[in-house]
Ligand binder design. Structure first.
Ligand code: GDP
Length: 444
């Protein structure tokens, strides 16, 4: 999977990477090639359009980073967009606060729904140490309930005893009772499959959903069916409301279109992927890893990330030069506050400097933390430029105005001004202790 897409994109970027300067034409050509590559991978057209437009916008307005070529920057931009397209940080299966967590599995016949139900049960047992009950609501296909029973045994989890002639809603009620009574952590309801979107079965699914109130409603979709899988997911989401997708047959030779379009088209995350027929072949979906696999250019991506860190370092050095000249006004403080969070807090910076126990303590007392940094920046923003340059101008009535303007309290304004004075003092001490420049030079 993704092999063709990967090799096409790699070719596009190999041509761009080495260039010192990118002309508009270069970018235009690259965008056209990316567009074709995505379409050939069976990605939905609206998704392709948005993707290319997003990359183009970012690529045009990109910050120029020292030591990085524009082509490398474009690689990084495409990588980040791919990751976002696939679902950003990724979404896990969620368990309810109080058991049993109810999970409803839906999908077309043959999508891998029953297998995925058993795989998920196994995963929850083996990985999360949960007590799981599987129940089949499929009274359409004669052997379906028995199939799930067999799979449950293989997965070493319990299955709801089969009662001939019971209808899905009755089975659901019995399953819920059993799960509650026997202290199961998770109940997985495997619903009847269908060959295509079928009104009667949809109605049944809605009834079961209303009764079971599932915490997770997962659509199982077959990656090999490409855009059909995506459209099925869209319709199921509209009709019954999904919390996520299980994409099966990711081990096959699907072109990747379903995985790449799913989130954008349905608004729902892919949570799990099926990687084979065996019961342990179920994995969490990691957008970052997949983006890196598609864009086989990890070296470039990390290079750009490092360079971006260097920009921060350059800014910090600029600031430190100012400090050494002895001017540290509130505008510098604002820049500094933002910088500090990026570098892991004041404690993080000072921890790298030997012999500054005393200063460290002062900082701890000054209580710099990320939440208050936002408020502190608001306070500084509410001052006039003149005041920021010369905080001594700020008298009692101005402090009140500034507090009101920033939606904070006078005490906070006072605290900030005190902290500014402390920082000024600290900078002086630090200069004696070897200089901030030396400190910042130490690989941050
Ligand atoms: P259902 O009708 O949706 O319940 O589908 P089944 O669970 O019965 O699965 C249909 C077939 O697909 C079975 O032969 C499964 O072993 C197979 N299958 C399910 N998931 C995967 C997967 O992730 N990869 C592969 N290669 N086969 C799968």
């Amino acid at each position: 999977m993704f092999e063709n897409l990967s090799s096409r994109l790699t070719k596009v970027f190999d041509r761009l990477k080495g260039r010192g300067v990118l002309s508009e034409e270069d970018v235009g050509t690259a965008m056209r090639e990316i567009r074709v590559a995505l379409l050939e991978a069976d990605v939905a057209l609206p998704v392709v359009k948005d993707f290319v437009a997003g990359v183009r916008e970012k690529a045009v307005g990109q910050e120029v980073v020292k030591s990085i070529s524009p082509g490398q920057m474009v690689v990084k931009i495409v990588h980040d967009h791919l990751k976002e397209l696939l679902g950003g940080e990724g979404d896990e299966i969620r368990l309810a606060g109080s058991p049993p967590t109810v999970m409803l599995m839906a999908g077309l016949q043959g999508s891998g729904k029953t297998t995925s139900s058993a795989k998920l049960a196994r995963r929850l047992r083996a990985r999360d140490r949960k007590k799981v009950l599987l129940a089949s609501l499929d009274v359409q296909r004669p052997a379906a309930q028995h199939q799930l029973e067999v799979l449950a045994q293989q997965a070493e989890v319990a299955s709801l005893p089969i009662v001939q002639g019971q209808q899905p809603v009755e089975i659901t009620r019995r399953a819920l009772d059993t799960a509650r009574r026997e202290g199961f952590d998770v109940l997985i309801l495997d619903t009847a499959g269908r060959l295509s979107i079928d009104e009667a079965l949809m109605g049944e699914l809605v009834q079961v959903r209303d009764l079971a109130q599932p915490h997770e409603t997962l659509l199982v979709a077959d990656a090999l069916t490409g855009q059909d899988a995506v459209n099925t997911a869209r319709i199921f989401n509209e009709r019954i409301g999904l919390t996520g997708i299980v994409l099966t047959r990711m081990d096959g030779d699907a072109r990747g279109g379903a995985a790449l379009s799913m989130r954008h088209v349905t608004g729902r995350p892919i949570k799990l992927v099926g990687m084979g027929e065996k019961l342990d072949a179920l994995e969490a979906f990691h957008p970052e890893r997949i983006a890196s696999r598609i864009l086989d250019m990890g070296d470039v991506v990390s290079l750009v990330e490092k360079a971006a860190e260097t920009i921060d370092k350059d800014e910090a050095e600029k600031l430190s030069k100012k400090l050494q000249k002895g001017n540290f006004d509130l505008e510098d403080m604002r820049a500094q506050l933002q910088q500090v969070t990026k570098m892991g807090g004041m404690g993080g910076i000072l921890g790298k400097l030997p012999g500054v126990g005393k200063i460290k303590k002062q900082i701890a007392e000054a209580n710099i933390d990320e939440r208050i940094i936002v408020r502190q920046c608001a306070i500084i923003d509410s001052m006039t430029r003149k005041e920021r340059r010369n905080p001594r101008l700020i008298d009692g009535s101005r402090r009140k105005r500034i507090a009101r303007g920033s939606g904070t309290e006078v005490q906070e304004v006072n605290r900030l001004l005190k902290q500014h004075r402390q920082m000024q003092d600290m900078m002086k001490q630090m200069k004696k202790a070897g200089g901030l420049k030396g400190l910042l030079g130490r690989g941050m």
